[in-house]
Ligand binder design. Sequence first.
Ligand SMILES: *[C@@H]1O[C@H](CO)[C@@H](O)[C@H](O)[C@H]1NC(C)=O
Ligand SMILES: *[C@@H]1O[C@H](CO)[C@@H](O)[C@H](O)[C@H]1NC(C)=O
Length: 439
Amino acid sequence: MGLFSSKRGAAASSCGGRQLWILLLLQIMVLVFVVGPYLAATEEFNGWLEGGNLRRPAGSPVVDPEALRLRGVNLPELNELAKQLLVRNSLPPRNRDLFPALSDDRVVIVLYVHSRPKYLELVVSSLAEVRGINETLLIVSHDGFYEEMNTIVESIRFCQVKQIFAPWSPHLYTDQFPGFTPGDCQSKDDADRLGCKGNADQYGNHRSVRIVSLKHHWWWMMNTVWDGLEETKGFNGHMMFIEEDHYMLPNAYRNIQILAKLKQEKCPDCIAVNAAPFDVKSRGEGFSKLVAEKVGNVGYTFNRTVWERIHDKAESFCTFDDYNWDITMWATIYPTFGSARYTLRGPRTSAVHFGRCGLHQGYSKSRSTECRDSSMRLGIIDEGDKVPNIDPRWPVHTFPIKGYSSGFRGWGGWGDKRDQQLCFAYSSMYSNPIIPTDH
Ligand SMILES: *[C@@H]1O[C@H](CO)[C@@H](O)[C@H](O)[C@H]1NC(C)=O
Ligand SMILES: *[C@@H]1O[C@H](CO)[C@@H](O)[C@H](O)[C@H]1NC(C)=O
């Protein structure tokens, strides 16, 4: 103690007052310019998270459930984690420093994921090799919150990337709707006899959280990326949608851009373009023609005009008793588009669906052909898959669409009025409330 203070005294007297002042000034500058902004940023962020009263930075358009309630749109009560996710959704994209400008003719890529990190790693590694991806924004939409999935996305350095988390994902709630609520009916329970809660579907089955989550996520995501996010709500171009088990080939982005430009002229009945054939087992015909066919689930790409037409049919989407978003689209929405319900694609696939059964695992016997794992064949990318391989001079070959019969009423799983109401609320988050006509 004595030694310490005497040394300090000696230093002070030998260095003199001026040098001490300079040292002090330097320290102040470090505090003000280096530590300050960091502290301010984290303080602000913590401020947003505090209490139930979410404060947001000006201009950040996350959903405000209270304001919506006043407009008659009732979203379920948020739990603490969900409140934090809602705030995270308003954070700006990462990597804006590395990629400060987006290209005008960009196709925004939306990757929607659930909880398979090994799959996501593979998909992200494929996206890193996609030519042109550094010109656009990648949005990753999560159904639930899984730390491993989040970490993988945060490691992305090859383009601007924005993460969003569905705050009402059934996976976030263990004891309240949209999760399973104590007192809810299960499977074929008789609601009247047992006094449990819920409406059975047309086949007598009650809601299952795992089964309804995907259709909910898809609809929340569509509404949010087109109409909710500051980054995209003024965007009039195309968005391409992929899932966590869709391996993208290096030419996928450039091919999609070419197809999107050709669509109108080559195929007036096309409302979308696709990165892969409707039949996920097919790698394409390999002939010198473009293909017009039914819109498939791998890399489907459309613009705002088409989204608006889909959104106009929110009521059909939300009330049709089928837990599959894609079958719901096919049975209820596309038929209202008349003959214009085709997609345009190239004769060689630009994406490979490798998951076993996709996200539908085990729920639909009719789709058991999708239950395969083609990951063994991944890793071999032909030289031809690295460059665009679509020739604008090719003619269009059309595979006629077989629609659902008019009596088709869906595969069920979507009979609970609460699920339908949540779906309606999603449709109204960023636009005028959509009021169900007969509920
Ligand atoms: C994107 O990557 C390509 C090839 O690596 C490079 O030539 C181009 O300058 C990059 N563009 C942007 C906007 O980073
Ligand atoms: C969007 O795509 C549809 C279908 O191809 C087309 O009719 C429409 O004109 C496009 N909208 C814009 C703004 O380009």
